[in-house]
Design a binder for this molecule. Structure first.
Ligand code: SF4
Ligand code: SF4
Length: 453
């Protein structure tokens, strides 16, 4: 006898049917205090997204990813691509912060701050509710007409085009975007191609793929299995209070928590990859609990450890370890920012060269000198040989003029009298000055004839 395979939530995602076809999740619009809180957070985040590249602080953009000029304006501060240590430390700090935050607070980010969830749940799904009405037990309260469907997709497109332009503004700034809009398309065709591609892609995402981004593609969602432990706080069903359903437990198995879930899952099955911690099920279950006269928060933000023991604790070896690493990184980041120099310089021996002997009893070495200005201002740099004494140099351009974020790449020849050379290798140090203020030093080795005096 063949045993029928019972398809459970573990066998396949809820948005795919038995034949492998797309199944639409028909989520009812939630209502309650958590949904109101999320709405407020979403309004703040959307305002930040739109306004951050427009706002200026001291004449500088509050947020701008200026790829062409290789600099980033972050919260009003300017970081240049040459600040490699700071960029690397910043990225490592962000990654460890996300890991620590996730291990303590689970996927709080997904439901509350992830751009995809904010756009999907707070913008596009609300447009849909506006044109087609809410769902009731998996069915629309009123049947969508052809006109309402067309209007919905037209508004989807307009909103997507608007957000795409805001996204581009994060890279160009509002002034440059304004210039692009006013110029003939042929002049900025690359931008318009990118705009069409991004708009088309996101229109498809919000019209068709929707929760599939979280349940099938998002790498962060897939990392939950390794980042969460029993003390991580997630949206969880209190099975100790709820079970056995409809008998002694508080859960009446009404299915309201499933009806509102934007990824279509049943939180009563435990923490799942598809749960984005949106809290819609908390709100809905609280309404049910109120109706049946039971205490609220059968579904709530809690940990498996808390449900099992009745105690709350976020302390675990992992939390301590991640916090320690984060502290080290933050200290290194602060140190790197505080010792950040205004310019970067490097002095490298010209490949394949040793030393040159001139007729007037001088020895010369050839180097490649690179200088990068990491500030917003114009700089005039003067060089001085700090070591060894009695050396002179030849440089085609001196003093060196550097524009904002500009760089210099040239050949410098160092000369010494043969009589001053007492060893084959002598340390060389150059000082880079603005006026009398030394900004940076750079060093190399001067090579002379072996052992000659
Ligand atoms: S909404 Fe609450 S009572 Fe209803 S099925 Fe979900 S957990 Fe049970
Ligand atoms: S299970 Fe609850 S918190 Fe998780 S995605 Fe569904 S509605 Fe949101």
């Amino acid at each position: 006898m063949i045993t029928p395979i019972i398809k459970t939530f573990r066998e396949r995602p809820d948005n795919i049917d038995d034949k492998g076809k797309r199944k639409w999740i028909k989520a009812r619009q939630p209502k309650g205090k958590w949904y109101t809180r999320r709405t407020v957070v979403a309004i703040f985040l959307l305002a930040f997204f739109v306004l951050a590249p427009i706002i200026k602080i001291g004449g500088k953009p509050f947020m701008l990813i200026d790829v062409i000029n290789r600099k980033f304006h972050l919260f009003g501060a300017t970081v240049y691509s040459q600040d490699t240590e700071i960029m690397a430390l910043l990225m490592a700090t962000v990654v460890i912060f996300i890991v620590l935050f996730t291990s303590v607070f689970g996927r709080f980010w997904c439901g509350w701050a992830c751009p995809h969830t904010v756009f999907m749940e707070m913008v596009y799904r609300r447009i849909e509710y506006f044109f087609h009405g809410n769902y009731q037990r998996g069915k629309r309260k009123k049947t969508p007409t052809k006109l309402s469907i067309a209007l919905k997709y037209i508004l989807f497109f307009i909103v997507t085009l608007f957000f795409t332009n805001v996204f581009i503004m994060w890279f160009t700034g509002p002034e440059q975007l304004w210039i692009i809009w006013q110029s003939p398309i042929a002049e900025y065709w690359e931008v318009y191609v990118a705009m069409a591609a991004v708009t088309g892609f996101y229109f498809w995402i919000y019209s068709y793929l929707r929760e599939g981004v979280c349940t099938m593609f998002c790498p962060y969602g897939r990392m939950q299995g390794v980042l969460l432990d029993s003390k991580s706080i997630t949206v969880a069903y209190d099975y100790k209070r709820g079970e056995p359903r409809k008998v002694k437990g508080d859960c009446i198995d009404c299915g309201a928590c499933i009806e509102v879930c934007p990824t279509g899952i049943d939180i009563k099955n435990g923490t799942q990859l598809e749960c984005v911690n949106c809290t819609a099920c908390i709100d809905e279950c609280n309404i049910v609990m109120k109706k049946i006269g039971r205490p609220k928060n059968l579904i709530r933000f809690t940990s498996k450890y808390s449900i099992e023991t009745g105690k709350s604790s976020i302390k675990s070896v992992r939390t301590y370890a991640y916090s320690g690493v984060l502290l080290v990184l933050l200290t290194a980041l602060v140190a790197a920012i505080s010792i950040r120099t205004e310019i970067d310089a490097s002095l490298l021996r010209m490949p394949g060269t040793m030393f040159q002997e001139a007729a007037n009893d001088t020895i010369s070495n050839i180097y490649q000198l690179k200088i990068v200005n990491k500030t917003d201002g114009f700089k005039t740099i003067k060089l001085r040989v700090l070591k060894p004494s009695y050396s002179s140099f030849y440089l085609s351009e001196h003093p060196i003029h550097l524009n904002e974020n500009g760089s210099f790449d040239g050949v410098i020849i160092l000369k010494r009298a043969k009589a001053d050379i007492s060893s084959r290798n002598t340390p060389v140090e150059l000082g880079l000055y603005v006026g009398d203020r030394i900004l940076e030093t750079t060093s190399a080795t001067f090579i002379g004839p072996r052992g000659e005096k």
